[in-house]
Write a protein that binds this ligand. Structure first.
Ligand code: ZN
Length: 427
């Protein structure tokens, strides 16, 4: 099974289909939520007929997403652990893993480690804090190390609760990393960066550090570069950063095998990924950007089908040029859906159009106004040449051409709205 990542598409798809057939039978008989929906779904090709499950559906009644296990082998009914997913509101929802699922989680983490080229002599520094609710970040690092039979040291940064007494301050965390001779730093990027900065100030010896595994926060290329340089100053000259697109619903994440390689599905036998049109939910061809859906192919506790992870990205089934894997990859940085706006039928990331305008305008005031169309108001005297460049640059960034107008007062031109880079004036 481990070599599935590097076998061909045909082998991957055959295993996915076989696992889904087994999953489908269990769902039809034992899944409170999907039981009535799965009837006309015979194979993965039929999956688009199934409605999308949104986070709200799962959060509202998470217990209805757990398979009924009576009569199944013990491993499929014993609850091994319960992690929690947080949503935009409400209390965290329990995500149940049986013993069977935990064995799959170990396989998943082993594959994540293999894709990231972890070696038998690596030592992981676990820089995730403890949390109030059981959460995959802290605990799965220990399991990942177990799955590879390598060493791990937990630095226990911070204090999640007044009832917890073992939290370490950043200086102590630096010393833990130093004395354990860690080669891999694993945590959220902002905290890994902070540990490296403090290590530099303290003159700590982090000469073995060669990798950072980061997840949980957006990492721009500038931030990646900054983190890479900090590692290379303290650690090895060839140190690099591998970003993971993590989620509670995978109990792991899709990982990079090299910077910019895309986020590899580390367990195609467990996870079927779709990228779909954000409104019709029809599958999009490789290379087109849309909503990311996850279907569990091989779980016995919480099972989700066509589950919207809440992000938009771009899928490919092509072979990875870096590692040679044939597993599917997300090749654009997943972005939260709620950041996107629709203009003239095109989904647009406001950050990209702001960045395009900023690159040409520098400190000059400007504001995008979205009605049925897109307008870019720029403070100052009319300048046709600049206007043309702005329109072309924004079009190239987001695929929509703005109407550029030069105005004396941005705030006035945009009505009563206070000055923001992007305002929406429509129902
Ligand atoms: Zn790769």
């Amino acid at each position: 099974m481990n070599d599935l990542l590097f076998s061909d598409r045909g082998a991957i798809e055959a295993v996915q289909e076989a696992n889904f057939a087994e999953m489908r039978e269990l769902l039809a008989a034992r899944h409170p939520y999907y039981r009535s929906l799965i009837g006309n779904i015979a194979s993965l090709a039929d999956l688009p007929r199934l409605p999308v499950t949104h986070k709200e559906h799962f959060m509202r009644e998470p217990e209805r997403f757990v398979l009924e296990s009576a009569g199944l082998p013990d491993e499929m009914g014993i609850v091994w652990d319960v992690m929690h997913t947080t949503g935009t509101s409400g209390k965290p929802a329990p995500f149940v893993s049986t013993t069977f699922d935990f064995y799959r989680i170990l396989e998943l983490h082993r594959n994540m480690m293999r894709l990231r080229r972890v070696r038998p002599d690596d030592i992981v520094a676990n820089l995730f804090p403890l949390t109030k609710h059981p959460h995959g970040a802290f605990i799965r690092v220990l399991h990942a190390a177990a799955a590879m039979s390598i060493r791990v040291v937990s630095a226990l940064p911070g204090n999640p609760s007044p009832y917890f007494t073992l939290g370490n301050k950043t200086d102590e965390v630096v010393r833990v990393v130093e004395r354990s001779r860690a080669s891999i730093l694993w945590g959220v990027p902002s905290y890994v960066r902070r540990v490296l900065a403090r290590a530099e100030e303290l003159g700590a010896d982090l000469r073995n550090v060669r990798l950072a595994f980061v997840t949980g926060e957006g990492v721009s290329e500038a931030a990646r570069n900054d983190l890479t340089q900090a590692m290379r100053r303290c650690g090895r000259p060839d140190a690099w950063v591998s970003i993971s697109y993590g989620s509670t619903e995978t109990q792991g994440g899709l990982v990079e095998c090299a910077p910019g390689s895309g986020y590899h599905n580390p367990a195609p036998d467990q996870f079927y990924i779709e990228v779909v049109h954000p409104e019709t939910f029809a599958p999009l061809p490789d290379g087109e950007t849309g909503l990311v859906l996850l279907t569990h192919l091989r779980r016995r506790g919480t099972v989700l089908l066509r589950y919207a992870l809440g992000d938009v990205s771009t899928l490919t089934h092509g072979r990875c040029a870096h590692c040679g894997a044939w597993t599917d990859r997300l090749i654009t940085t997943p972005r939260r859906v709620d950041k996107l706006v629709k203009i003239k039928g095109t989904l647009v990331n406001p950050d990209l159009m702001v960045a395009a305008a900023e690159a040409l305008l520098g400190g000059r005031e400007f504001q995008f106004v979205i009605t049925e169309a897109l307008t870019l108001n720029v403070a100052g005297a009319a300048d046709d040449d600049l206007g043309g460049k702005l329109a072309a640059s924004v079009k190239s960034a987001i695929g929509v051409t703005p109407k550029v107008q030069f105005v004396s007062d941005i705030t006035q031109a945009a009505g009563a709205w206070k000055l923001k880079r992007v305002v929406e004036l429509r129902p």
